[in-house]
Every structure is written in structure tokens, then in C-alpha cells.
Design a protein around this ligand. Sequence first.
Ligand code: DOR
Ligand code: ZN
Length: 347
Amino acid sequence: MEKIFLDILRPDDWHVHLREGEMLSSVLPFTYENFGSALIMPNLDTPITNISLAETYYNEICKRIPRGAEFTPNMTLYLTNHLSKDEIKKVSNHEYIKAIKMYPKGATTNSDAGISDFKDFYHLFEVMEEKGVILSIHGEVTDEKIDVFERESVFIEKVLKKIIKQFPNLKIVLEHITSADAVKFINEESMVAATITIHHLMVNRNIMLSKGIRPDFYCAPILKTEYDRLALVQAATSGNCKFFLGTDSAPHVEGKKIASCGCAGIFSSPLAIPLLIQLFEEHSSLEKIEPFVSRNGRAFYGLRQHKDRVRYVKRPKSIEVIKDIKSSHGKITVFNPYNEVYWEKED
Ligand code: DOR
Ligand code: ZN
């Protein structure tokens, strides 16, 4: 039987949580084996709030990357009121710090240092706009009066539109978009792009909640409706340069996911690309996967395109896939909503 291959430029992950210490050692191989580069989020227990901390974290990551792995870590700084205009100017010329991440206070894991009033940061947005530094945004309001499923749409209306009006040339990435409203908004705004995760492309809130609760699908922003999911699939498979892959792979050990107050986060790095290929294939859009996973993100971040290609092969029968990984604090479940997986990377 004839073999079916897919060759694409090496993919990148434009949003990943690698953690630190032992957890970093356990999860990092799944990123450097599957991606050419990744944008690493700064929400550690001690947030990465300045260049010096980012450089130390970068070195910790690089120490764990084997020689010969073709992988570049790109770093982010956590926006707090300790960040100065001078530091932002340095970021604009920095070799590997590529964005400043804004977390609303209380929105997700380690967001206590996040911000309460966006207007307090307008003097920094002004410098970012002038110097071309990218603002990466966790786009949710955290007001308890706002329904959890509306947090993203309300953020776009009440916060993001105001920031854009004030700073029309600020380059923004709205991270891990989840809704049809967000897709529409991104299509209308010229300076704003968006990352999309594989979990928001593959599962919806019914799957998470209607036949028993599925803590492994709990994440922030929370999964939305099937209508929203299909809007995200349409955006990802359109080839539109404003949408690109950011897995938001966010490992938590089982004991912290399946608990009376479980953590938000889905660990998806190991099977991200094979699952995505399967999804794009189901939507007859295989030719659009390369823009989504390899080209669009690099273009938005102003990086040269990769030159080398990676080959994936489709097996005639469903393959045995990794279900979880071990860490010293317990196992971490690997995201996989499919019963059968056919694609894998060819060695
Ligand atoms: O589900 C999530 N988990 N969303 C985020 O934004 C952060 C992440 C984490 O760090 O655990
Ligand atoms: Zn994230």
C-alpha cells in the first residue's frame, strides 16, 4: 500500500508553559522534539518580570536542550508595574525576548502579580508601540460578576478595544482565543493577531461537562460552545496570516487537576502536531496547516522563515500513542481527545 506523507516547514509553538526545575526537565523534550522554536510564558511561581530573570530562565532551558536539537527558545516578560520604559527599549533589541505578556490579576495560574487596571500601563504601551515590542495578552476580565463563559468577549469590548483606540500601531497577540466573537474581532483589526490552541480547536464545553466532568479539559479561558469551536477551526484552516498555533500546553500533575479545586491547564505538546494534522485532514484543509503551524507566527513576529522541513507519515492503522508522562510529583496526562491517531513524525 502506498505511504501517505506530509512535509511541512518546521512548526513553532507561539505559546507554551515549560515551568521550572524538575517539571521543566520532564516536559521540555516534547517541545524541542516537535517544534523549531517556542514562545515561553513567564508565569512561574516567581514571575519573570525583568530581562535579568528572563536571561537566567533562558539559560536554565538551554542547559537542558541536547546538542544537535534544532530548537530556539524565545522568552517573554510578565507585565507588572516594576517594568520600566528603559527595560522595554532594551527588549526591542533583545536577541530572544520577543514579547511582553499581560495577565489580568486572578485570570489563571500564577496571575496574582497580574494587573488590575490597564490604564496604569498606558505609559509603557506607548513605548512598546513606538519600539515595535509585541504585547501578548491573556484576554479575559476577572470581575466575578461576569459569567466565566463571557470573560473573553467582555474583555474584547471593554478593555482591548480601548487599548487599540489609544495605541493603533501597537502590535498585539490575543492569546488562546476561544470564541466566534474573538475570530470576528481579529479579522477586523489590522495590528492584532491571535494564537489558537489545539484543545480549543478539538473540544467544546459539552464534551467537558455533559457526560461527567472532564478535569483534563479544564483550562483558561474555558472551553466554549460547538459554534465557537467551529469558528476557530474555520479561522485556523483559512490560511489567514493573523492566526497561528500557540498550544498553551500547561502541565499540571494529576493530583492538582483531579482535586476539589482543580488547576486550569492542558498538557498538549507531545501529540499537538499529529492531532492537528488529523483535524486539518478531516476538514479537507491539509494544505493550510503549514501557514498555521509554521509560517504565520514567524511572519507576525518578524522572524525569518525556517528552511528545513519535517515529514509526517500516515499509518494505515491507528497507532499506540503516549497517554501520560511521569514527573516526581505524579503523572501528567497528555491531551488526546481522539480514539484513533494515524499520523506521526517520521524519524
Ligand atoms: O489553562 C491555562 N493554564 N491557561 C493559562 O492561561 C495558563 C495555564 C497555566 O499556566 O497553567
Ligand atoms: Zn498560557
